[in-house]
Ligand binder design. Structure first.
Ligand code: UDP
Length: 325
C-alpha cells in the first residue's frame, strides 16, 4: 500500500511508520512538529520507503499520486501538550480530520482515525466497551482534546454513511514505550525521569485513580490488524491490566532501583478516576490482545530514557565547558 500518515513524527506515528515500512508499505508522512520531533523519523529515510512533508494538516493536505490508506494520527495527545496548545488541538481534530477525510474520499482510500479512550471522559462504566457513550465535560480543560476526538469520530462516521468511505476508528488507551519525550508530562515519562534523576515521583491526587498501560509494539500490531480488517466502527485498543497510579509509581521505583520518594500533588481538573478497556471486540474481529507485560515494556522504556538522559547530560556538560573556556 501507499499510505498517507499524519502525525508521523509523534510517538505513536513514528512507531507506526516504522512498522508499515518494515511490512514493505510506502509511507508519506506529514507533521508540523508542534509536539513531534524529527529525531523520531531519522532512521526512516534510509529505507527508501518513507517521504516526509512538514506541514499543518489543519490548513490543507496536498499529496500527489495514488494513496491506498490515510491514517490520521496528528494531534497533541498528552494532557500537558493539549493544555499548552488547546486551539491547535481542536483544529486538528476538526479541520485536520475533515481534510484527511477529503483526501481519503478523493483517492478512494481507506481512512483510519486515531481516536482515544478520552472519548469516554471520566467513565461511569468500567471496563469501557465501545457501546458506552462517555461522560465528558465539554467546557473543562480536557474538553479541547476529548471533544475534538468525539467530533472527529462523528465526522468519520458521516463520511462512511454519506460517501460510503471505508473507515476505521481506533480508540487508543494509555500507551507507552521508547520514543516518548521525557518532558511530555504523562505519568510514565514523568515517573521514569524522576526516578532516574533521583527526584520525587509526583503522584497526582491520592494516586487511587486507575489506568491500564499498553506497550507501543502491542498497539502498532493492533492498529495494523484493524486497518486490514473490514470493520467500520470504533474499536478499543488497550491493555486491560488495570492499576492505580500509586502502584505504577512503586513498580517504576522498584525496576529502576531508585531512592526517590513518592510525593502527592494536586489532581488535575477532570482527571478520570478509572480507565480500563473492554477489548472483546478487537479479540473477536481480528484476534488481537496485548502480549507485552508491564515490567517487560517498562524495562525497555527505562533503558531508552537512561540513554536520552545520558545524552542530554553530556550535551549540558559540553556546553558548560565551552561557556567556562
Ligand atoms: N499523573 C501522576 N503524576 C504525573 C503525571 C500524571 O500521578 O507526574 C497521573 C494523572 O493525574 C492521571 C494518570 O497519571 O491520573 C495518567 O496520566 P497521563 O498524563 O499519563 O494520561 P491520561 O491518562 O490522564 O491521559
Amino acid at each position: 500500500m501507499r499510505i498517507l500518515l499524519t502525525g508521523c513524527a509523534g510517538f505513536i506515528g513514528s512507531h507506526l511508520a516504522r512498522y508499515l515500512v518494515n511490512k514493505d508499505h510506502d509511507v508519506v508522512g506529514i507533521d508540523n512538529l508542534i509536539t513531534g520531533g524529527l529525531k523520531n523519523i531519522k532512521g526512516l529515510y534510509e529505507t527508501g520507503r518513507f517521504r516526509f512533508i512538514n506541514s499543518n494538516v489543519s490548513e490543507y493536505i496536498n499529496v500527489s499520486g495514488r494513496v491506498d490508506a490515510v491514517l490520521h494520527f496528528a494531534s497533541p495527545a498528552s494532557p500537558v501538550d493539549y493544555l499548552r496548545h488547546p486551539i491547535p488541538t481542536l483544529k486538528v481534530g476538526a479541520l485536520g480530520t475533515h481534510n484527511a477525510l477529503g483526501v481519503a474520499k478523493a483517492k478512494k482510500a481507506v481512512f483510519m482515525l486515531a481516536s482515544t479512550s478520552e472519548v469516554y471522559g471520566d467513565p461511569l462504566v468500567s471496563p469501557q466497551p465501545e457501546t458506552y457513550w462517555g461522560n465528558v465535560n465539554p467546557v473543562g480543560p480536557r474538553g479541547v482534546y476529548d471533544e475534538a476526538k468525539r467530533f472527529a469520530e462523528a465526522m468519520t462516521m458521516a463520511y462512511h454513511r454519506v460517501h460510503g468511505l471505508q473507515i476505521r476508528i481506533a480508540r487508543v488507551f494509555n500507551t507507552y514505550g521508547p520514543g516518548m519525550r521525557p518532558d511530555d508530562g504523562r505519568a510514565i515519562p514523568n515517573f521514569i525521569t524522576q526516578a532516574l534523576t533521583v527526584r520525587p515521583l509526583t503522584v497526582y491526587g491520592k494516586g487511587t485513580q486507575t489506568r491500564s498501560f499498553m506497550y507501543i509494539a502491542d498497539l502498532t500490531e493492533g492498529l495494523y490488524r484493524l486497518l486490514v480488517s473490514r470493520y467500520n466502527g470504533p474499536v478499543n485498543l488497550g491493555n486491560p491490566d488495570e492499576m492505580t497510579l500509586l502502584e505504577l509509581a512503586k513498580i517504576i521505583k522498584e525496576i529502576t532501583g531508585s531512592k526517590s520518594k513518592i510525593v502527592l500533588r494536586d489532581l488535575p481538573v477532570d482527571d478520570p478516576r478509572e480507565r480500563c478497556p473492554d477489548i472483546r471486540l478487537a479479540k473477536n474481529i481480528f484476534h488481537w490482545h496485548p502480549k507485552i507485560a508491564l515490567k517487560e515494556g517498562l524495562t525497555e522504556t527505562i533503558d531508552y530514557f537512561r540513554e536520552v538522559l545520558a545524552k542530554s547530560g553530556s550535551r549540558k556538560k559540553r556546553s558548560n565547558a565551552l561557556k567556562n573556556q
